[in-house]
Design a protein around this ligand. Structure first.
Ligand SMILES: Cc1cc2nc3c(=O)[nH]c(=O)nc-3n(C[C@H](O)[C@H](O)[C@H](O)COP(=O)(O)OP(=O)(O)OC[C@H]3O[C@@H](n4cnc5c(N)ncnc54)[C@H](O)[C@@H]3O)c2cc1C
Length: 396
């Protein structure tokens, strides 16, 4: 993934800080992030609007404000390869020990308390004991077999009821593409129709980073109501890959500028968008979407940019710490897409910046609980807030 969206609201107020902002700043320092200048967030410089529309990035960058004018959001594009390295660096600098190539297969339980995890590795199974465990598997793998209520409903056709899979095409002569399509405005619509009829998916977005000239990326979404079932995942995986190669072959064959292109990168794993979620100590349901007051344990604020007209009047949304705590279970926090929320809430608030904020809050709360020798439910909010602010979070 290369887009970190919705860092500020439609009025230009930044809400996502913390690790997410730190990552973007570090990547910017390595020439591996790009975003609109701060004085343009929430504003409608026509040049900038045109830049993102032309790049096929309208959904991530452009909204209409209360006056109906197009404005630019604070969204960052990043180089995913540099980001993989920078994230490792950040983890190592923090003093954490990384263990990759390891699948966590379940919790170690004592009654209703999680005491560690079981891992499967190439060298055989291992166990890790812990005072606090945080499930950041995206799919809530650790809660699968726990005695705690969960919800996995997705509305058919919604964003989260789809697998995603991204691939990148390099060595595209976009000047030639622009020249041909500007000379004949009917050409690209006609070619898109032809490619679709022949089994391809032609719509692409442009790489915006300086070193990604001539690079485009294609974001495929494939509907699925069963995003943790291996047979379904296998079908979606093979279908996505086949369509990707077919699409590139057709682009190369028909579209000016793609003659010498090649697929340079495809996502190493299918992207799950929906799936299992806890119904925790606080359940964020559809009715919370219009809430205007912070919670007494607010750990994050998310710009509310994706709900059409509702977003214009309701610019941001609050997240309580309790939404990370599974009901009836001790020693476990859930800090990923599987946080306590219904399908409507997920539809808008389970993206990368959101999950990074949840992760930062869970890490801070876990550290406090261990340091203070207290239960996760009793971590003093004032301490948690102080710790999050120290880490750059933006809280009310
Ligand atoms: C195709 C696609 C495009 C998207 N584009 C964007 C985008 O541009 N911007 C955006 O903000 N969001 C995007 N999203 C959504 C976003 O990527 C996810 O919602 C977000 O990454 C979820 O974060 P997470 O921490 O919950 O899970 P993940 O980011 O999925 O992280 C889970 C991690 O845990 C590991 N893991 C999983 N299970 C286990 C296990 N049992 N043991 C050990 N490790 C495990 C996984 O390998 C993974 O590294 C996209 C999603 C898809 C599918």
């Amino acid at each position: 993934m290369n887009i970190i969206p919705n860092l500020a609201d439609i009025e230009g107020r930044q809400w996502i800080g913390g690790f997410c902002q730190e990552l973007i700043a570090r990547l910017k320092g390595r020439g591996a992030a790009d975003f609109p200048p701060r004085d343009q967030w929430g504003r409608g410089d026509p040049e900038l609007v045109r830049k993102y529309e032309r790049a096929g990035m309208t959904h991530f960058y452009i909204r209409k404000n209360a006056e109906g004018r197009k404005i630019v959001l604070y969204t960052a594009v990043i180089d995913p390869e540099v980001a993989k390295d920078e994230l490792n660096v950040m983890v190592e600098e923090s003093g954490c020990r990384l263990l990759l190539h390891t699948l966590c297969t379940g919790p170690i339980l004592e009654g209703n308390a999680v005491k560690g995890v079981v891992l499967e590795t190439k060298s055989g199974p291992q166990a890790v004991l812990a005072k606090v465990v945080i499930d950041s598997t995206g799919d809530g793998d650790l809660i699968r077999d726990l005695d705690t209520p969960t919800d996995g409903y997705m509305r058919p056709g919604s964003r989260i009821a789809q697998f995603g899979w991204v691939y990148w095409i390099a060595n595209v002569d976009l000047d030639a593409f622009d020249e041909a399509t500007e000379k004949d405005p009917d050409l690209w619509p006609a070619l898109m129709k032809k490619i679709t009829e022949e089994g391809g998916r032609p719509f692409f977005s442009r790489g915006l980073l300086e070193h990604q000239k001539g690079v485009v990326w294609i974001h495929r979404l494939l509907g699925s109501m069963h995003q943790t079932e291996p047979e379904e995942m296998t079908y979606i995986d093979t279908t996505a890959r086949r369509t990707a190669v077919r699409s590139w072959e057709l682009l190369k064959k028909y579209v000016p500028g793609f003659e010498n292109s090649f697929i340079m990168l495809s996502a190493p794993q299918l992207g799950t968008s929906g799936g299992r979620r806890i119904i925790g100590e606080y359940y964020l349901s559809e009715k919370e979407l219009d809430r205007t007051e912070p919670y007494e344990d607010t750990i994050a604020v998310f710009a509310d940019n994706d709900r059409g007209d509702a977003s214009v009047s309701h610019t941001h949304t609050f997240i309580p710490y309790r939404s990370l705590i599974p009901a009836g279970i001790d020693g476990l926090l859930v800090a990923c897409r599987a946080f306590s929320s219904d399908y409507e809430f997920q539809e808008f608030f389970n993206l990368i910046p959101h999950c990074m904020c949840l992760g930062q809050a869970a890490g801070a709360a876990a550290a406090l609980a261990v340091r203070q020798g207290t239960d996760l439910r009793r971590v003093p909010y004032e301490d948690l807030k102080k710790e999050l602010l120290r880490g750059g979070a933006i809280l009310p």
